[in-house]
Design a protein around this ligand. Structure first.
Ligand SMILES: [Fe+2]
Ligand SMILES: [Fe+2]
Length: 329
């Protein structure tokens, strides 16, 4: 018995739900939904939210070392956008019945799953360019179809997030372009960043469709509308010409253009590396977790101050009432 059948305690309700999803009506938080639909969304949205939060760390490392004031202002805005994405997504997950405390707890205890890409180090400034170009570029490919996801709060959050990701991708490409038009040393830095970020970016789309355990239900319920392999192919086809424009070489001797299909074909991804990073043994997994825990501890006074302020506001009369008092007094 699969997940769908198990959750079908009321077949008539399930049929109504599925008909509605088929009509492209959005599912909203108070609507009835199958348990497996709720669980799939909680898993996916919380993993997505955690990825946005952890995703601030690799680039955050370069905030104090950005080469110019302009670059620093752009990077600061981008990292703040990622915090915002994390918070919209946590709020969307909360509408499905998981609490903010549970989400924060998952992240701080290391129980949370997040994108494997954020466990790689940022060694030079060119890595900030490569992340914007490739990682945010891959995120856009993944997220554009999610704007049409059947769950309303997730789909709506994605519309704004995609607009911001598009700015992130462009600022990253512009950093790469500047480096590639600079000195030989700067161009070498850009190439080195591409060499290190290319394969992890392809891994961001997840396992091949044939090895992906979640695709079936997710497609049927219009949570996932395009498969991992199709999204990865779109990303490769968009990115290879950009890399030629930059004058950089994709680090894949097997890369070739397939005239028959009009697609770029790559060599095989190192799935053993992917599994290792996902299992917690990537180059920076421990560092990311420790940094996140330290940031949470350092923020203790902010949470205390916000709670104290909220408490004080609750004890004061609302502005309308105090105006009334002043008038009558
Ligand atoms: Fe983001
Ligand atoms: Fe982004």
């Amino acid at each position: 018995m699969d997940d769908v059948a198990k959750s079908a305690d009321d077949p008539a309700r399930l049929a109504r739900f599925e008909a509605r999803v088929a009509r492209e009506d959005k599912v909203e938080p108070n609507d009835w939904m199958p348990d497996a639909y709720r669980r799939t969304l909680i898993r996916q949205i919380s993993q997505h939210g955690h990825s946005e939060i952890v995703g601030m760390l690799p680039e955050g490392n370069w905030l104090t070392r950005a080469p110019t004031l302009r670059r620093k202002a752009i990077l600061l805005a981008k990292v703040q956008d990622e915090a915002g994405h994390g918070l919209y997504l946590y709020a969307a997950a909360e509408t499905l019945g998981i609490s903010r405390e549970e989400l924060v707890e998952q992240l701080l205890t290391g129980a949370a799953k997040y994108s494997s890409i954020f466990n790689y180090p940022t060694l030079t400034w060119a890595d900030v360019g490569a992340i914007g170009w490739l990682v945010d570029g891959a995120a856009i490919m993944n997220q554009i179809p999610l704007c049409r996801c059947s769950y309303g709060p997730y789909a709506r959050a994605m519309i704004r997030i995609c607009k911001e990701e598009s700015f992130h991708q462009r600022q990253g490409f512009e950093i790469m372009l500047t480096l590639c038009r600079g000195t030989d040393e700067q161009k070498a830095m850009a190439q080195d960043a591409l060499d290190r970020w290319w394969w992890p970016s392809l891994m961001m789309f997840g396992p091949h469709d044939s090895d992906s355990p979640h695709t079936d239900n997710s497609t049927r319920w219009k949570i996932k509308r395009v498969t991992n392999d199709e999204l990865r192919q779109r990303f490769i086809d968009a990115t290879v010409p950009q890399s030629s424009y930059l004058g950089l070489t994709i680090p894949d001797p097997k890369l070739r253009f397939d005239e028959k299909t009009g697609h770029w074909r790559t060599g095989e991804i190192d799935w053993a590396e992917f599994r290792r990073v996902i299992a917690g043994d990537g180059p920076c997994n421990r560092e990311r977790l420790a940094d996140r825990q330290a940031a949470h501890d350092d923020g203790e006074w902010v949470r205390e101050a916000a709670l104290a302020y909220g408490e004080k506001r609750r004890q004061q009369p609302a502005p309308f009432e105090s105006a009334l008092h002043a008038f009558s007094g």
